[in-house]
Design a protein around this ligand. Structure first.
Ligand SMILES: Cc1cc2nc3c(=O)[nH]c(=O)nc-3n(C[C@H](O)[C@H](O)[C@H](O)COP(=O)(O)O)c2cc1C
Length: 244
């Protein structure tokens, strides 16, 4: 049987419709402080989070994210950022060069993402629903201009938070056998079979719920048929990242 932590993790589902109930500052502080307890590369804590408080800015961000109404309507909206600014400031104060490279950028992305997943779980444990917004990167340069991020702060995705006004149900994941291997990775052929089985399981899952039978493969075929967000490297370079 699942313990309470596993149960919360298994109950995760993205929520895109929220009630009007305000998100309290105490819930935010409690969730952020708990999320900060995530592991962090060498203790560097290379992330930060910006709550967007201006209504007009929210409206603009909803448009820049591809017209995602939950960005405007959620009781709370945050931007999760990789952040190596504090480290640069420290080095500068000591009169030493800040050795910036792709590893620094990658570390901020990893640290911020561990923090973000903890934050999602923390908010969910308080009874909130969440929706991460990768759409925030669709027009990243415009987002950065609007919110005036300082050098070394790299917006990665948004986060909508609030009490759910819908119950979308959980979305199935790939089976354990398709993601966890012992010693060596299986052949492409074995992996193809796993993926077929995963699609069958997903069709059965959705059919049982009376929903259109979706499969992971069909979604991925659409997703990887074209390149997205090709201007991102330049947008991150402009914010101070080194990508090599
Ligand atoms: C980094 C990241 C970015 C995402 N961006 C969006 C987004 O822009 N809009 C949206 O509606 N959902 C977004 N999602 C939510 C995913 O679509 C969702 O997690 C996925 O379909 C699995 O569904 P579930 O979270 O309900 O299990 C994002 C999720 C992640 C992890």
């Amino acid at each position: 049987m699942d313990n309470p932590t596993l149960k919360n993790m298994r109950n995760h589902r993205t929520v895109r419709s929220f009630s009007d109930e305000a998100l309290s500052t105490s819930d935010i502080r409690e969730a952020v402080e708990a999320a900060q307890c995530a592991a962090t590369s060498s203790w560097i804590q290379a992330y930060s989070i910006l709550q967007v408080t201006d209504e007009a800015e929210r409206q603009t961000l909803a448009e820049l994210s591809g017209g995602q109404t939950q960005v405007r309507a959620a009781p709370g909206f945050f931007v999760i950022c990789g952040d190596s600014r504090r480290h640069r400031l420290l080095m500068e104060k000591e009169g030493k060069p800040f050795q910036n490279n792709f590893e620094v950028f990658l570390t901020t992305v990893i640290d911020a993402s561990l923090f973000a997943q903890n934050l999602v779980l923390a908010f969910e444990s308080q009874g909130h629903g969440t929706c991460l917004i990768g759409g925030l990167r669709t027009r990243l340069a415009d987002v950065a201009k609007l919110l005036e991020f300082p050098e070394g702060v790299y917006p990665l995705y948004g986060l909508c938070v609030g009490k759910p006004a819908e119950d979308p149900g959980t979305r199935p994941r790939l089976p354990f056998e398709a993601v966890c291997f012992q010693g060596r990775y299986p052949s492409d052929e074995a992996m193809r079979i796993q993926m077929q089985q995963a699609d069958q399981a997903s069709e059965t899952y959705y059919t049982k719920r009376g929903a259109p039978a979706r499969t992971w493969s069909r979604g991925m075929l659409r997703r990887f048929a074209k390149l997205n967000r090709e201007d991102l490297p330049q947008a991150y370079l402009n914010l101070g990242a080194e990508l090599s």
